[in-house]
Design a protein around this ligand. Structure first.
Ligand code: BES
Ligand code: ZN
Ligand code: ZN
Length: 503
């Protein structure tokens, strides 16, 4: 898809299959009196105003109105999108708007879609264009490569998106380029999550990382295989991998873009979570290909870094393995030793994410001097109970990192909510036979226990944030910008944070 900018005085002259306009909510008469609508209405001989009145279209949020122009203006269809009353629109609402336009375009079998970029509200036009671009690409996203016949409804034809503005400024082109790169990386992550788990193996993930390093001068990678893990003492990751036939991989990506700061991002890469010997019931297993969503986010962040080249150093660490039962699988009661020498009593093999992340954090402590470490993990069902499907849990040990992440979340519309790292709850992870155990005595506070466990392996004196993305990583209900399946959650948030730290 191609995105272009078209400075235009009279929107009646914009040639496209669909011309989309955003309408702030008022009453139908005020809508009709607004400059753009009045202009269109005159060209259409009053048809637009009568349809707006007939349908009582007031610009309410979520309402749309479509009209054929019958050759009276250069665009074939006019689509009005109600945006509600609030002058300040949230980032996620703008993305939804973009996605609604994409769906509308598909319905009209449009190839060229023009979007009139609003000028009201506190956001700059380039910010709006970025979010709309992401929304259009998300609304256009489908995963049907394994379907024999493409569904007529999901066949998207459109090729060109034209942003109609009154004045063009150079920042707009930059914003578009960035938004496209980021949205594409999100769609790549969706693909990776949506692929069957026998395709997205640890080896597959490491292959993607190697491909990235090959095609970009600023990215390098080291893939640590099972043998090397043994000599490094990664007993935690190896322990979880014992039941699997697929070889585990530990992936270390490095992006060097200059600047003075170093950020490390860590992803949980369980390519399928059966629960291991603490086997999940069938229904809970159905979506467990999602359990590498943290890893997918890390890989996609590196795709974006390679393209947009911010001035910063970023390390990406991925612990990748399947979590399988079987004669060799780790058993409840087994004790494994993480790379930092701490012993872990594994009492529930389904609490595997924290165990594999223990080695990633130990590796970071030994090898990387980070200004901040952020891990992304589909870690606990408990976090979904607490925050639902749309919001990630944020656990953070540093107020500056917290504020930066909250700001990035607002800017990108990726929702996070802080939960506490309750010091006293650490006692619940005490083991009679090892340094720590992987589940608490009680199931209360499950998301917190998971975070506290990971925290026990984080390098000392390092700002660290853990994002439990179990809810938002995978959509079980459809919305305009996210079809069912992998969402690519966290990439936009992480990249926005990384860029905010570049200098
Ligand atoms: N991968 C799951 C968490 C999960 C559940 C992600 C649902 C997405 C949707 C994780 O490995 C897990 O099984 N966690 C257990 C922890 C428990 C055994 C302490 C859970 O949440 O039940
Ligand atoms: Zn599990
Ligand atoms: Zn898991």
């Amino acid at each position: 898809m191609k995105f272009t900018i078209q400075p235009t005085t009279y929107i009646t002259t914009v040639s496209a299959d669909v011309l989309a306009l955003f309408i702030p909510e008022s009453d139908p008469d005020t809508v009709i009196a607004s400059a753009d609508i009045a202009l269109l209405d005159r060209s259409l001989g009053g048809v637009l105003s009568s349809v707006i009145r007939d349908e009582h279209f007031s610009g309410a949020s979520g309402k749309t109105l479509s009209l054929h122009s019958h050759g009276k203006i250069s665009a074939t269809h006019i689509v009005l999108i109600g945006v509600g009353k609030k002058p300040e629109r949230m980032a996620d609402e703008l993305i939804t708007d973009g996605a609604i336009i994409a769906k509308n375009a598909a319905r009209h079998h449009a190839r060229n879609v023009a979007i009139v970029v609003p000028t009201v509200g506190p956001d700059s036009q380039e910010q709006l264009m970025s979010l709309l671009t992401e929304g259009v690409l998300f609304g256009n996203y489908t995963f049907n490569k394994h379907k024999k016949k493409e569904d007529e409804d999901t066949k998207h034809l459109f090729e060109n998106v034209i942003f109609v503005v009154s004045h063009e400024i150079p920042q707009m082109t930059v914003a578009l380029k960035e938004a496209e790169a980021i949205a594409q990386a999100v769609c790549d992550a969706r693909d990776l999550i949506n692929e069957p788990p026998s395709i997205t193996t640890p080896e597959h993930l490491s292959g993607i990382a190697q491909g990235l390093a090959k095609s970009s001068k600023s990215v390098s990678v080291s893939v640590i295989n099972k043998k090397e893990m043994e000599s490094l003492g990664m007993g935690a990751l190896l322990g979880i991998a014992k039941g699997a036939t697929e070889e585990p991989k530990f992936i270390h990506l490095t992006y060097k873009g200059g600047g003075s700061k170093t950020v490390t991002v860590v992803g949980k890469g369980i390519t399928f979570d059966t629960g291991g010997l603490s086997l999940k019931p069938p229904a809970s297993m159905e979506t467990m290909k999602l359990d590498m969503s943290g890893a997918a986010a890390v890989l996609s962040v590196f795709t974006v870094l390679a393209q947009l080249k911010p001035k910063i150093t970023v390390h990406g660490l991925i612990s990748a393995t399947e979590n399988m039962p079987g004669p060799h699988a780790v058993k409840p009661g087994d004790i494994v030793t993480a790379m930092n020498g701490k012993t872990i009593e594994i009492l529930n093999t389904d609490a595997e994410g924290r165990v594999v992340l223990a080695d990633a954090m130990s590796y970071a402590a030994k090898n990387i001097k980070s200004d901040a470490i952020i891990d992304l993990a589909t870690l606990t069902g408990a976090c979904m109970v607490a925050l639902g499907e749309d919001v990630a849990g944020l656990f953070v040990n540093d107020p500056v990192l917290r504020d930066a992440l909250v700001t990035s979340a607002k800017r990108t519309g990726e929702r996070i909510w802080e939960l506490p790292l309750v010091e006293e709850y650490k006692d619940l992870l005490k083991s009679p036979v090892a340094d720590i155990k992987n589940i608490a005595k009680t199931r209360y506070g499950g998301a917190i226990e998971g975070a506290l466990f990971i925290g026990a392996f984080v390098p000392e004196n390092t700002p660290w944030a853990h994002l439990d993305i179990a809810g938002p990583a995978f959509a079980e209900k459809e919305s305009p910008a996210t079809p069912l399946g992998g969402t690519g959650f966290g990439i936009r948030l992480l990249y926005d944070y990384i860029r905010s730290q570049s200098n």
